[in-house]
Design a protein around this ligand. Structure first.
Ligand SMILES: *Cc1c(COP(=O)(O)O)cnc(C)c1O
Length: 368
């Protein structure tokens, strides 16, 4: 069946209104100061206030921020890092950039997030960090994951690329772990075209992180007086991306709220449909619904049916353990097998109108 509705995309770039963004962008582009400077520091302060986390460092990408977090956490070549295959590749590439060996833990088949029990089973004396992803914006079980991490004395890095605006235990996501990364890539809840923000629990990580992101050099010190003591990277954010971020921060809250409102609508409206299961999560978790994940019998049929009706949908990510680059980490993951064979993501972002979401529910209710 064909309809004359325009298709509802799974992802859409959110940008602040042109009449606000363009004058600010023009000013910074021709200011003569386009590399890291005051707009970057102002953006770090305002982003920190926005997410409600005190110590935030900017990077040019989320992947760079994850690599930085792992280095700050002390991951060295050969160290084990427990991680999830149910994510985008950057999560696990960053572990390999740091030289870490990926140890897959299994996921909870009801939401695709790492299972704390499986993490606990994978801990060894060589475990140097645990990488947790809040897949699709659903917070992982941070209470039990923290318990496992604390017994082992291992830091947690949260990949919150999908989870800007999510909460857990009445606190913002990121309030629980040593490091939390938010991605500002094009299609995330908020974008600066590219960028990554790293929230650190320990303020002592801020000066270490600033050096690490710029060749090991303290940018505030006179250049001929610095001694570069460790290897650093070209990972800093520039004033142009930061200026986009400053304007975005004035507008993005209602967009995130709309993701959440649409997600909560689907939580109720899609309940009780034969062949369709909805994700579940901890009572303390408040997802920010980057996309909306359903678990479907005959998933591929549902995908085709939705596409025919103009509803964007995708599996979005390949389970990372199937990649050749990560072949040496392969093992049995029955929870992931169950989740991966049924999951499908449908749109629930700021662009999904009341009419769109009602149409989506009616379409799915009719059966596939
Ligand atoms: C987008 C994303 C990242 C970071 O990607 P960048 O493009 O480097 O900002 C990391 N992890 C996940 C799960 C992502 O979706």
């Amino acid at each position: 069946m064909k309809t004359d509705r325009s298709p509802i995309p799974l992802f859409k770039v959110f940008l602040a209104p042109e009449d606000e963004l363009m004058p600010r962008l023009r000013d910074v582009l021709y200011s003569g100061q386009i590399s890291e400077g005051e707009p970057v520091y102002e953006f770090e302060r305002r982003f920190a206030a926005f997410v409600g986390l005190p110590n935030v460092l900017s990077f040019y990408s989320g992947t760079a921020a994850l690599h930085g977090a792992l280095l700050l956490a002390g991951v060295k070549p050969g160290d084990e890092v427990i991680s999830t295959p149910m994510t985008a590749e950057p999560t696990n590439m960053a572990i390999r950039h740091a030289g870490g060996e990926i140890v897959w833990a299994d996921v909870d088949p009801s939401n695709g997030n790492l299972s704390a029990a499986s993490i606990a089973e994978r801990l060894t004396p060589r475990t140097r960090a645990i990488m947790v992803v809040h897949y699709g914006g659903i917070p992982a079980s941070m209470r039990t994951i923290r318990e496992a991490a604390e017994i082992a004395g291992v830091p947690v890095v949260e990949d919150a690329a999908h989870a800007l605006g999510a909460r857990y235990g009445n606190r913002p996501i990121g309030a629980f772990s040593e490091y939390t990364m938010f991605s500002l890539q094009a299609i995330k809840h908020m974008t600066t075209v590219d960028g990554g923000m790293l929230a650190c629990k320990d303020p002592a990580d801020l000066p270490r992180g600033r050096k690490l992101r710029w060749f090991g050099i303290d940018r505030q010190a006179p250049r001929t007086e610095v001694d570069v003591e460790c290897i650093g990277y070209k990972y800093h954010m520039n004033n142009v991306n930061a200026t986009i971020g400053l304007v975005q921060l004035d507008h993005v809250a209602p967009a995130i709220e709309r993701h959440i409102a649409n997600g909560r609508y689907f939580d109720t409206a899609l309940r009780g449909i034969p062949g369709l299961e909805l994700c579940t999560w901890d009572a303390e978790a408040e997802p920010s619904y980057w996309f909306y994940t359903v678990l479907a019998e005959r998933r591929d049929d549902l995908a085709r049916y939705l596409t025919e009706h103009g509803v964007g949908n995708s599996q979005a990510h390949k389970r990372n353990d199937l990649h050749s680059a990560f072949a040496s980490s392969r093992r049995e993951l029955p929870g992931l097998d169950s989740f991966y064979s049924r999951m499908l993501h449908i749109p629930c972002g700021w662009w999904v109108s009341d009419e769109d979401r009602e149409f989506m529910v009616d379409t799915i209710r009719q059966g596939w």
